[in-house]
Design a binder for this molecule. Structure first.
Ligand code: UDP
Ligand code: UDP
Length: 462
């Protein structure tokens, strides 16, 4: 809800907080940061948004420029990073390397912020950047808040992981549930992996943040939110505030997909694995067979490269096999590149979502009431899929392959599960209930609406 009156008085209100946002690399990080920044700006806060160039993906680059064009009141702070040589780092993931590069420029933050006025009230940072930036912000007397862009379940895992002496095996998160080793992000199985070092440092520094904002809501993750806030997971955490499901910053007209308009209500399964999860050619072929065998209508965004700029060179026909596109053309649309996912999820013809369970996707499915068939592929996605299954938002087939596993899930099996997703009436009913709860949560008097107000209140007290 936009509040034009408050917005008008915003500039005259001296107690108005000025907040700096610093997102991490990747659309899954950028988008929720833009959503929160826009929401706070609309509620009268002064907002500065720190941006790094060039972005890793083309999608980020487009999104950032649309964002600043749509929100002229939000100040853009360009962050020029120091030169960075990635050759000594045991990771080739371009998004991970960017996180490293940003972290190594953390010492430049005070000068960047000092050049802006009015003085800042808080820094909102991504969890990936927490351990490098919280001490720097503290050094200039600035409180840091973490915007945690994954689930509260994943936050519990992050908070507990550094204290858990059992090494990496199945473990119980106190106050919650057992996490099987297979659900722990693969890199964490290796204690000397650079991701593990970062993860442990970020887990340890949570206690130094003034608050942790999570894109979730009570009805979706009641157990995790309670366990975190009652000190059951680990003692000493700052307030963990649910503020979701975040509504995307409105960047103008969405891209309409004319193909959808011709389809019957709730008949189409939407298939997308996020902005950086590529699939092997073999698995893409089987997925194609599965969608064909399901007999359902489908809209499939194919992704075969981690960075979208490289996807442009890949031919769909070669990926999917000759004749495929022709065979499915009456009920399937196959696309490559960026689509406006929220525009699709909110469309009346969408009846299911085959998703990797990136947390933004899960939260968008809840907000738009679309049942999920979870096929987590790596990172936090199994922790998120656990939430999908527990909350009644969807189905998770635990046996399906995951990062580092070579076995291909066969088309027959995929087709069967897709049909199940589209036909399960009980699931449809529980998802409809969750959607109602999501809508209630973000209302001004809902749990997440109050969470946002609580956060603004904390900043005004400074
Ligand atoms: N997204 C989109 N179009 C695409 C792919 C992704 O709009 O073609 C959006 C999606 O709506 C979500 C974000 O990008 O907001 C992806 O975040 P998520 O956490 O789901 O997964 P990640 O990409 O970080 O693995
Ligand atoms: N994560 C975390 N702390 C860290 C690094 C990662 O909690 O220090 C979590 C975070 O939720 C992230 C997830 O681990 O989304 C998986 O990381 P991945 O490498 O897949 O990154 P992403 O796809 O989110 O960019």
């Amino acid at each position: 809800s936009t509040l034009p009156l408050r917005e008008m008085s915003a500039s005259s209100d001296r107690k108005n907080p000025h907040i700096a946002f610093l997102p991490s690399a990747g659309m899954g990080h950028l988008k929720p940061f833009c959503s929160l920044a826009a929401a706070l700006s609309e509620r009268g806060c002064d907002v500065s948004f720190i941006t790094v160039h060039p972005t890793v993906s083309a999608a980020e680059s487009c999104y950032v420029s649309d964002f600043f064009a749509a929100f002229p009141r939000i100040r853009r702070l360009d962050f020029d990073l120091v030169a960075f040589d990635p050759s000594g780092i045991a990771s080739t993931d371009p998004f991970f390397l960017r996180v490293e590069a940003i972290g190594r420029s953390a010492h430049l933050l005070p000068a960047l912020l000092a050049a802006s006025s009015p003085p800042f009230s808080a820094l909102v940072i991504d969890i990936f950047l927490a351990s490098t930036f919280i001490p720097i912000a503290a050094g200039i007397g600035l409180p840091s808040y973490i915007q945690f862009i994954s689930s509260a379940a994943m936050l519990s895992l992050l908070a507990y992981f550094p204290t858990c002496s059992v090494g990496v095996s199945d473990f119980d998160i106190p106050g919650l549930w057992r996490v099987p080793k297979a659900s722990i992000p693969r890199a964490l199985h290796n204690p000397s992996h650079p991701f593990t070092t970062q993860f442990v440092e970020n887990g340890r520094i949570l206690a130094k943040a003034s608050g942790i904002l999570v894109n979730t809501f009570e009805a979706l993750e009641p157990e995790s939110l309670a366990a975190l806030n009652r000190g059951k997971v680990v003692p000493g955490l700052p307030p963990v505030i649910a503020i979701g499901p975040l509504q995307a910053a409105s960047l103008g007209e969405g891209s309409p997909l004319p193909w959808l308009h011709g389809q019957p209500a709730r008949s189409v399964v939407y298939v997308c694995f996020g902005n950086r999860t590529a699939m092997s050619k073999e698995q893409i072929r089987e997925l194609g067979i599965g969608l064909e065998k399901s007999g359902c209508r489908f809209l499939w965004v194919v992704k075969s490269k981690i960075v979208d700029r490289e996807d442009g060179e890949v031919e769909l026909e070669g990926l999917l096999g000759e004749g495929y596109l022709g065979r499915v053309k009456d009920r399937g649309l196959v696309m490559k590149g960026w689509v406006d996912q929220e525009e699709i999820l909110r469309h009346r013809t969408i009846g299911g979502f085959l998703s990797h369970c990136g947390w933004n996707s899960v939260s968008e499915a809840a907000l738009h009431g679309v049942p999920v068939l979870g096929w987590p592929r790596g990172g936090d996605q199994r922790a998120n899929a656990e939430v999908v299954a527990r909350s009644g938002l969807g189905i998770w087939v635990k046996e399906w392959s995951w990062e580092g596993e070579e076995d291909v899930v066969m088309g027959e099996e995929i087709g069967k599960r897709v049909r199940q997703l589209m036909e399960d009436k009980d699931l449809q009913a529980s998802v409809a209930r969750l959607k109602e709860e999501a809508v209630k949560a973000v209302a001004e008097n809902g749990s997440s609406g109050k969470g946002l107000a609580e956060f603004i209140g904390m900043l005004k007290m400074r």
